[in-house]
Each structure stands twice: as C-alpha cells, then as structure tokens.
Design a protein around this ligand. Structure first.
Ligand code: ATP
Ligand code: MG
Length: 421
C-alpha cells in the first residue's frame, strides 16, 4: 500500500532549504540586534489555554483547532499560534519577577484545520516575537520597525505595513454598538456565520468581504474618531515613532485582527507579490491577555509571520542566490587505496571541507560519473602513482581541468579555490 501525506501538509525538501536557512538565520540575527531571546514551548497545550487566550468566538477556536482527547482523558490541542503558549510560559516561569519585561522570539510548526490552498496549509511554520511588560508607543513602533528591518534583510521588495488602532477595552463597547447599528437593517439577510460575528465579535465585521456588509459599512465613521482621546494620542505617538525610523506605513481603518486579544495598535505586513493570501505578517498590542490567562496585569506587543508564505514571495522574486555546492569528491582508484581515501576525506572534513566517497566503485570513469551526480565542485583522484609520489590529481568539475598537486598542499589549495565558489 502506498501511503500519502495528510491533506494540507507537505514535505520540506532539501532543494527548498536555502530559503528556510536564509529566513531562519536572518530572523535570529535581527532579533538578536534588538535584544530578543529564543523560547521553545511544547507543540501541544491543554485546550482551555487557546479557548481562553484566543477567544471562543474567533475563527481559530470555532473552526480551525486540532483538538483530541489523549489517553488520560485530557483535551489537548496542537498549537494554532504562538502567543498564548508564550504568555502561559511567561506566567508559569515567573518571568515578571525575574526581569520585569521580556523580549522573546520563537519559531516552529503551527496547526490549523483550514481548507488547503496556495499559501494555506494545515501544518505551517511561524516565526514570531513577544515583547512583554511595557506599555509605551515606542515599543509598538520599534517592534514594527524590527519586522520591517527583517523583511528588508531577507530581500523582500514590495512589502507594505498596514496599521490601525482598535482602542482599549474601554473604547470597544461604543465601536461595537455603532457597528451593530449600521448592520442592523440587513442583519437577517446575512449568513448564519456573519450574524453570529455581528452579535459576538462585531469588530471582525469591519474587514468582511461580504458585499452586503461592505455596502452598509460604506458610511461607517473612521474607527479613529470613535476611540477615546488616550487611545487616539497613543496611536499618534506610534505613528510619529515610525516616521522617526523611516518605516513607511499606510493607516488602514478597516484593519482588525482575527484574534480576540488585541488592544490599541494592530498591524499587518502584506506583499504585492502574493495573490489572495497576501498577508505575510500580523501582530499588535495585547494588554489584557496575560491577566486573562491568570497572570498579573501585564501589557505586551507581538507579531508572527508565516514562513511558507514568505518563501512563496521569495520564489516569485527569484532573487535568492541558491547556495553553490562546495563539496569535494574523493576518488581512490582501486580497492587497495580506499583507506587512503578515508584518510584524505577525514583530514579535509576536520578542516571544514565537506567530502563525499563511494567505495562501491573502484574505476575512474564510474567514480567521475558519481562525482558529477553528487554535484561535487572538485574531485581528488588518487591511484598507485599518486600514492608513490605523495601527490593527488585535483579535477575541477566545472571546467574539467585537472592538475597534479603535492599532498601537503591539498588543504591550502582547496580552501583557497572553494572560497571563490
Ligand atoms: P489569514 O487571514 O491569511 O487566515 P491569519 O490572520 O489567520 O491569516 P495569523 O493568525 O495572524 O494569520 O498568523 C500570522 C501569519 O501566519 C499569517 O500572516 C500567515 O503568513 C501565516 N499563516 C496563518 N495561517 C496559515 C496557514 N494556514 N498556512 C500558512 N500560513 C499561515
Ligand atoms: Mg486565518
């Protein structure tokens, strides 16, 4: 029986790895420059963490969670996002007592039961950060600037920062009742799902693509005007800190985020190079989550981006230069020289040069064929003559040129030539 891969998952093959390594290593480098440290939480958590942390009325909790009962009768969920687990860990490990504020980053697989399509999988990867402990507009702006800096360093062009403020918990009732007021005349004609949203999570209606909803919200006042003066001032300050750092942004009054925990600033980074799934990164301030999860009242700001979606853009841009092969194939001619081959390979490997061998072949022609197949950049050929003279033949697999060099010059010669590859 042939086994297929589960729907919505994919193998990440060696040919894609240059993209993964580029994104992962740049993320670590940039996060480090801003003082962030890595945290790793389990891939599964107790289900109530997400129900409470993300919100019962969010799409994730309502439709997308991988939840199962384990052998001990506990309800377990494969993590659909990284913020609630990091917040839980912050509380459990008493971070607030240790340092007051924490700057944490994570990367790893997330799981959501969604309809698979380009850029949307059931297992996908996120890289994200959480800045926990400080409520100040400079944090929002510095964090967004860091995301922008990271995307630039990875080489993404045509990315845009969209930003909005949804105010504090105190602004929320007024905004929500205004939304209900505008939608009320058409409420009964909406889908059950949308009616439910209007009743339970009206803010999410603002970014709805439903044409009836859109037409009734056309005259909806700019959300900024409904915020309390403190929230308006906070948002203004975030924008001026962004200006100071030369981060281009677009204020987008209909931008609301899918998760219940956001307060004040919300933002997304989108790419003009992606079609329908054009959001690569989303985040914002969440001042109530840690308290909601049983911790002390602790403000926070965070974001996460999808690695697979970022790779889709990089592939389209076609600007990432894929790593050249820098390996050396060792070709001892004749079985009696195989140990000599091992010696050569181990000497070079201990000096950082990748080497490959194939002892199932002993003649020059099949050995060279194999060297070509493995994409080796150089081949070292050594037969009886070379062993007698303490030399090897160095063959450049690209040009086909070959030359005889002294054994004690091998490391020096290869190190120099490979540095130009
Ligand atoms: P969308 O509106 O596309 O469903 P979202 O609001 O659910 O996105 P977030 O929860 O903010 O997404 O997650 C942040 C990022 O993670 C997204 O911008 C996207 O790049 C990525 N992402 C989210 N869901 C998926 C998925 N199912 N497959 C691949 N990447 C995803
Ligand atoms: Mg989603």
């Amino acid at each position: 029986m042939k086994h297929t891969i589960p729907r919505g998952t994919k193998d990440i093959l060696p040919s894609e790895m240059p993209y993964w390594h580029l994104i992962e290593s740049n993320s670590k480098k940039i996060f480090n420059l801003y003082g962030y440290q890595e945290i790793r939480t389990p891939i599964f958590e107790n289900t109530p963490l997400f129900e409470r942390g993300i919100g019962q009325d969010s799409d994730i909790v309502k439709k997308e969670m991988y939840t199962f009962i384990d052998k001990g009768d506990r309800s377990i969920t494969l993590r659909p996002e990284g913020t609630a687990p990091v917040a839980r860990s912050f509380i459990n490990n008493g971070f607030h007592k240790k340092s007051g504020d924490s700057k944490l980053y994570y990367c790893g697989p997330m799981f959501r039961y969604e309809r698979p399509q380009a850029g949307r999988y059931r297992q996908f990867h996120q890289i994200g950060i959480e800045n926990i402990g400080t409520n100040h507009p400079s944090i929002d702006a510095e964090t967004i600037a860091m995301a922008y800096h990271l995307f630039e360093s990875i080489g993404l062009t045509k990315v845009k920062v969209l930003i909005n403020s949804i105010g504090s918990q105190t602004c929320r009732p007024q905004i929500e009742s205004k939304i209900k007021e505008y939608i009320h005349p058409v409420l009964s004609s909406l889908s059950e799902d949308n009616q439910d949203k209007v009743m339970k999570n009206p803010l999410r209606i603002l970014d709805s693509k439903d044409p009836t909803i859109q037409s009734h919200l056309k005259k909806f006042p700019d959300i900024q005007s409904l915020l309390r003066p403190e929230s308006q001032a906070y948002f203004k300050s975030v924008l001026s800190y962004l200006d100071a750092q030369n981060v281009p942004y677009q204020v987008t009054p209909t931008l609301v985020r899918g998760l219940d925990y956001y307060t004040e600033t919300v933002f997304e980074i989108i790419s003009d190079d992606l079609g329908a799934q054009n959001t690569i990164c989303g985040g914002g301030r969440y001042n109530n989550l840690i308290k909601e999860l049983g911790g002390q009242d602790t403000p926070a700001f965070g974001f996460a981006f999808g690695v697979e979606r970022m790779i889709l853009i990089l592939e389209q841009q076609n600007t990432v230069s894929l790593e050249q092969d820098k390996s050396v194939f060792i070709a001892p001619i004749g079985k009696e020289h195989q140990n000599d081959g091992f010696k050569l390979a181990n000497h070079l490997r201990r000096h950082g040069i990748p080497c490959m061998l194939d002892f199932t072949k002993n003649d020059l022609s099949p050995l060279l064929k194999k060297a070509n197949k493995t994409n080796a950049r150089f081949t070292l050929i050594s037969g009886q003559n070379e062993v007698n003279n303490q030399t090897v033949i160095l063959k450049d697999m690209k040009s086909g040129n070959q030359e005889t060099i002294d054994r004690n010059k091998i490391l020096e010669t290869l190190t120099e030539r490979l540095s130009y590859v």
